[in-house]
Design a protein around this ligand. Structure first.
Ligand SMILES: C[S@@+](CC[C@H](N)C(=O)[O-])C[C@H]1O[C@@H](n2cnc3c(N)ncnc32)[C@H](O)[C@@H]1O
Length: 287
């Protein structure tokens, strides 16, 4: 590259490289990567393009471009992703939180009549902790437990709780679904792995090659985790409790049936921003 010496020329270079690599939003990603490499706020790139850049920042930018060109998701490169307007640390042990999952947060909040109640929450397959922590940020007297089979994910979720000042109300435990869980909860949420195992290689490379297999694979028909949750959740739900699960495209009929067969009553089905059925809310039948 022809020695970009200022913030502005480095930004243009980075933007050009990302556009050439067919990255969908080269402007946004160039700002994110440059701000990360230089340890500055993104607004500085627009406000002070004449700022001179040290050689080590230029080198760092080149290394980041190479990683992005190889398909590594930007969230793993910069180590964070925004969800529900909160900043979450993410690593290759955690799924990158998706905007679609905000549907579940909206659905649960809409269904909670008293936001200041002392609710007990359980998040199954917590990953970065994004679902539990987003809900706790909106429900000031609620507390919750996030479980994940991956202890490294539990550690990241605990770090996120600390960064969001929610440690006092959030606990993270390694568990194989509800095996290690005791007691009853007012709200159980889950975004379990739901991709059909044989479809994983056909997904975009940034997902199939970089995101954790444990977070993606729902087994031969994508429904393995829902079968276990449908079987185990009722025993851990308080009488008026609410179960909210995220679902994949085209899974609504099968999953609805699965929960109904296990004694749940479907309360609501919520669509995401693309009008895809994305979240099922259920209660225990006799509640
Ligand atoms: C689709 S990710 C969801 C992560 C996070 N809740 C989110 O919405 O971004 C599913 C999570 O389930 C976890 N998981 C997979 N199998 C599990 C099991 N048997 N018991 C508990 N958690 C499991 C994975 O490690 C992963 O973090």
């Amino acid at each position: 590259m022809s020695q970009p010496l200022t913030l502005g020329t480095l930004y243009q270079h980075l933007r050009g490289e990302l556009a050439a690599a067919k990255i969908e939003e080269p402007d946004l990603e160039a700002r994110m990567l440059l701000a990360f490499a230089a340890g500055i706020d993104q607004t500085r790139i627009i406000g002070y393009p004449e700022d001179e850049m040290d050689a080590d920042i230029v080198q760092r930018v080149e290394a980041l471009i190479a990683r992005r060109q190889q398909g590594e998701p930007i969230a793993y490169i910069i180590g964070s992703r925004e969800f529900w307007s909160l900043d979450f640390k993410v690593t290759p042990d955690t799924l990158i939180p998706r905007p679609d999952s905000e549907t579940l947060i909206e659905a649960v909040l809409e269904a909670v009549p008293n936001k200041t109640a002392e609710l007990k929450l359980l998040d199954l397959g917590t990953g970065s902790g994004c679902l539990l922590l987003a809900l706790l940020s909106e429900l000031p007297n609620a507390s919750g437990t996030g479980i994940d089979i991956n202890p490294k994910a539990c550690a990241i979720a605990a770090e996120n709780a600390e960064n969001l000042n929610l440690t006092a109300r959030a606990t993270f435990i390694q568990s194989d679904w509800m095996v290690g869980i005791e007691g009853k909860f007012d709200i159980i949420v889950s975004n379990p792995p739901y991709i059909v195992e044989s479809d994983i290689p056909t997904l975009e490379a940034d997902v199939s090659l970089f995101e954790p297999h444990l977070a993606l694979s729902g087994g031969p028909d994508g429904l393995d985790a829902y079968r276990l949750i449908a079987d185990q959740a009722a025993a851990h739900l308080s009488p008026q409790g609410l179960l909210a699960v995220e679902i994949g495209m085209g899974q609504v009929t099968d999953i609805k049936e699965l929960f109904e067969q296990n004694g749940f009553k479907i309360k609501n089905i919520h669509k995401d921003f693309s009008h895809i059925e994305r979240c099922i809310l259920a209660t225990i039948e006799d509640s």
